[in-house]
Write a protein that binds this ligand. Structure first.
Ligand SMILES: NC(=O)c1ccc[n+]([C@@H]2O[C@H](COP(=O)([O-])OP(=O)(O)OC[C@H]3O[C@@H](n4cnc5c(N)ncnc54)[C@H](OP(=O)(O)O)[C@@H]3O)[C@@H](O)[C@H]2O)c1
Length: 264
């Protein structure tokens, strides 16, 4: 990873900031992308204080018409790009009937269209240079639908399946693609900001665990890494066999109850 260049979206705060710092600690040069230039500058300063290299670039993930230009600009900073971490994301808990069309569009654009279209913009140069890695930060909400967060779930499930398709399509090339699926993350990020505590039976992880999962993807070319302390894979397998049994387990854990509180 030493000397390679990573572009990290959503690096202005939360999980993305820790991913950016962790990649820099591994010797990567970081291009930090988000809308808030002040917070991006803070992320870059944290990296520089630790002896790393980082540059902020302001960009809105809903404005895909600017993505070619964004990749061009990012490439010119350190002369190349090796890695794209699609981490920027939004969510809003709401009854489906109450979602605005604006939110539905923004959520799908930010969480699903942006990773796909940014990857499309960067892929030609990764293929040409004969190496590269795209890492998509999805969510366990993309593995099992989440009540009152249906648009977010749809966006993350789309991201997981798009990654799955692309991994097979890219398997004959030197470009890798992985997906990270975090569960509840405490201490910072969108779940932490909601003020809720994760159900005891499901547990929670740290932003650093997500960053470590990104590193694991790069080192091992992992297909998918789930970030959660509990036995998530058997539960997801159970849900594949019977979604209604999955609903029952989720209810047993108190998830719909907690989600309802997140609307209020
Ligand atoms: N926290 C959790 O428990 C959890 C669990 C599973 C998955 N995840 C996923 O992890 C990723 C990071 O989440 P987080 O918890 O760190 O959230 P967060 O604290 O709310 O941070 C979201 C990041 O995305 C950026 N962003 C949002 N909309 C954007 C847009 N239109 N254009 C550019 N950047 C945009 C924000 O920057 P600006 O506002 O400055 O633009 C910010 O840097 C997301 O994809 C999320 O779905 C989080």
């Amino acid at each position: 990873m030493e000397g390679k260049v990573a572009i990290v979206t959503g690096a202005s705060r939360g999980i993305g900031q820790i991913i950016a710092q962790t990649l820099a600690q591994k010797g990567m040069k970081v291009i930090a992308v988000a809308r808030s230039i002040d917070n991006l500058s803070k992320t870059c300063q944290l990296i520089k204080d630790e002896g790393g290299q980082a540059t902020p670039i302001m960009a809105d993930m809903t404005q895909s018409e600017n993505f070619e230009q964004l990749i061009e600009k990012a490439t010119s900073v350190y002369g190349k790009l090796d890695c794209l971490v699609n981490n920027a994301g939004i969510e809003q808990y709401q009854h489906f009937k109450n979602y605005s069309s604006e939110y539905i569009n923004n959520c799908l654009k930010t969480n699903l269209h942006a990773p796909i279209l940014l990857s499309k913009a960067i892929l030609p140069q990764l293929l040409e240079q004969g190496n590269g890695h795209i890492i998509n930060v999805a969510s366990l909400a993309g593995k099992k639908g989440v009540s009152y967060n249906s648009i977010y779930s749809a966006s993350k499930s789309g991201l997981i399946m798009w990654t799955d398709s692309m991994r097979q399509e890219l398997s004959q090339t030197d470009v890798n693609i992985s997906v990270v699926c975090p569960g509840f993350i405490r201490d910072s990020g969108m779940f932490h900001n909601s003020g809720q505590t994760a159900p005891k039976l499901l547990g929670s992880s740290l932003p650093q665990d997500v960053a470590d999962a990104v590193i694991k993807c790069i080192k091992n070319n992992s297909a998918e890494v789930i970030v959660n302390p509990g036995p998530m894979k058997p539960l997801l397998a159970l849900n594949q066999i019977s979604p209604r049994l999955g609903d029952w387990v989720v209810k047993l854990f108190g998830v719909p109850e907690m989600n309802q509180k997140r609307i209020e």
